[in-house]
Design a protein around this ligand. Structure first.
Ligand code: G3I
Ligand code: 9MR
Length: 547
């Protein structure tokens, strides 16, 4: 089948569809509904995509800029899914991808006014959380009860993890820092809508408030996670009532926390009147966590024997040190933090929960004009430009024309595509090289259907999208359609959930190893760190593409 972005394109966007190789050498763009041909073109030469085994040809129709609804037609194939060209095609998916975070809020009921059919009772008050023995300290011995409410459920499970909150919360704040005009008037119809804060910041604050409670005030250390001992069944939040624990303080948690709080401190600084003292409190919390990490530089997460939930373990925290230092430098202007970043040794890589060095460079790029003499401007440009150029070249070399390479099909592959696109957006903003924006568009196209399984990986968006994500509320709520706006993990060949699935995967090939079944936590779960770059990229492409 013809694979393409099933939502559509801004008028000035690069526009491609992927056509299975066959007899045809040309394509037409037709008006959806009437079938009137508006444009014809020649297919590019066939290329093999090793990650899918497909031989495909690209159809380019970038020049078509007239708003409307279209389909791609190729002799011998069914017409493509319909797509739109228009000046606002990404606004709805952007709003929904943020609203997804609201749907995953811990500690509050979702009322009908804001959640519609997805209304549900409150779950997990988290006002009586036990200090696990792995986290015991003189001030808070094992069994001490602390209060740690709010925050978002991490994913399809109901636990809360600081490391993964780090990248997720940061990425939402980065979207706001880069594209405030996209969000200043956006109405997400959440309980805080209409107050004096942009809705995106209100939503982000819900998690920041939780994160603040994860810091031990006695020493500045930060608990790694707040969790059950084992994963819940496929039940609604209010039915999930296992005891909750904070588990182990780690260096990675402290540094993720320090980076996010430093970032949040500058983002919330203009809202002193609405949120008195918050910005200063965040900066103080960031510094305290940074100090703790200096004194405890190698405390890695070790899963206690009685805990079975997600680990987010990482035994290389050099990048976390670099990222936290970069954010503290940007927020405070203190050159000592720039030095601590160890910039010449810190490379830029595509962000993930475990690899956070790219965040440091993206933030420095974003703020480069106000960094002063301490920062190495040439190095900032070089780091972002080099990585962007590698990604853009990868897109040109790939048969599907997207930055995704065979090795990118790991757990959460959809988010790899989004994080690649996020880097490319920074590359475009910094250098003005149009090929970077086009490659970012191609990454977004990947998530929205230009992929080897021909589905949009965002629930509720596109002609064909996941119906059975591994997401407890979506499974347990009795409503056929899943909670909308979630990016599912996507194909990856390790298939760690095979033993838990009653059906088998359709393929072992990396780009086709995907199962739209609720059993498939390894290919079809949702997660906050996968949605956050979808928020960023949909905002960026909407804001930057010529109309
Ligand atoms: O880094 C290696 C890579 O070098 C190798 O090529 C590849 C081969 O499969 O594996 C890579 O490591 C994988 C890693 O994800 C990549 O990010 C591990 O095998 C894989 O087990 C690991 O999966 C993590 C998964 O938890 C299991 O621990 C995911 O990153 C992580 O996103 C996911 O997070 C879970 C939480 O634990 C619980 N909440 C839901 C959330 C989403 O599924
Ligand atoms: O449901 C869990 C999911 O949220 C996690 O990402 C995943 C990763 O470890 O684990 C899932 O829980 C499964 C557990 O690991 C093994 N037994 C079946 C559980 C899913 O129903």
């Amino acid at each position: 089948a013809i694979a393409l972005n099933q939502l559509g394109f801004l008028p000035g966007a690069a526009k491609f569809a992927v056509i299975p190789d066959g007899k045809a050498s040309s394509f037409a763009i037709v008006k959806a509904g009437t079938g009137t041909v508006v444009r014809t073109g020649t297919l590019a030469a066939a290329r093999l995509s090793p990650e899918s085994g497909d031989k495909v040809r690209l159809a380019e129709f970038t020049a078509l800029a007239t708003p409307g609804r279209y389909q791609v037609r190729v002799a011998g194939l069914p017409d493509s899914p319909p797509f739109d060209i228009g000046p606002a095609v990404l606004r709805a998916v952007n709003a929904a991808s943020i609203k997804a975070f609201y749907f995953n809020r811990n500690s509050m009921a979702l009322d009908e006014k804001h959640a519609g059919v997805y209304k549900r009772a409150a779950g997990h008050p988290d006002t009586r959380v036990l200090v696990h023995e792995s986290a015991a300290s003189p001030a808070r011995p094992a069994g001490t009860v602390i209060s740690s409410p709010k925050g978002w459920y991490d994913a399809g499970d109901y636990n809360k993890y600081i490391v993964n909150s780090g990248i997720s919360t940061y990425t939402l704040l980065a979207a706001y820092e880069d594209f405030p005009a996209m969000f200043d008037k956006q109405d997400l119809d959440i309980p805080e809508s209409g107050n004096r804060l942009p809705d995106l910041l209100d939503e982000t604050l819900w998690n920041l408030e939780w994160m603040l409670t994860m810091q031990d005030p006695a020493d500045g250390g930060v608990y790694h996670k707040l969790t059950n001992k084992s994963f819940d069944g496929m039940v609604m939040p209010d039915q999930a009532t296992q005891p909750r624990y904070v588990v182990q303080k780690t260096t990675a948690a402290a540094l993720n926390f320090a980076a996010v709080m430093a970032t949040a401190s500058r983002v919330f600084a203009p809202y002193e009147k609405q949120l008195p003292g918050l910005s200063a409190r965040m900066l103080a919390a960031s510094k305290a966590a940074w100090q703790w990490a200096q004194a405890h530089p190698e405390v890695y997460y070790r899963q206690p024997a009685d805990i079975q939930t997600g680990e987010y373990g990482d035994k290389d925290v050099s990048d976390e040190f670099g990222w936290a230092a970069a954010e503290l430098f940007i927020t405070t202007g203190d050159a000592a933090y720039y030095k601590a970043m160890n910039a010449t040794a810190l490379q830029a890589t595509v962000p993930s929960w475990a690899e956070v060095r790219g965040q440091a460079w993206m933030s420095l790029a974003r703020h480069h004009k106000k960094l002063g003499a301490a920062a190495d401007q040439a190095l900032i440009r070089q780091r972002i430009d080099t990585l962007s150029s590698t990604l853009a070249n990868g897109a040109k070399a790939s048969a599907y024309g997207t930055p995704m390479q065979p090795a990118d099909y790991i757990w959460g592959s959809s988010a790899v595509a989004m994080n690649q696109a996020m880097v490319l957006v920074h590359g475009y903003r910094l250098t003005g090289k149009r090929e970077y924006l086009d490659a970012a568009q191609a990454g977004l196209d990947y998530a929205l259907g230009r992929n080897a399984v021909g589905i949009s990986f965002v629930t509720g968006f596109g002609t064909k999208s996941p119906m059975h994500p591994h997401h407890r509320p979506s499974e347990a709520d009795g409503i056929e359609a899943p909670v909308p706006g979630w990016l599912v993990g996507g194909p990856q060949p390790a298939q760690q959930d095979k033993k838990d699935c009653p059906v088998s995967y359709p393929s072992a090939l990396p780009a086709k190893s995907f199962l739209d079944h609720a059993c498939s936590y390894a290919s079809n779960e949702v997660a906050i760190n996968w949605n956050a770059p979808l928020v960023y990229v949909t905002a960026a492409v909407q804001a930057l593409t010529p109309v």
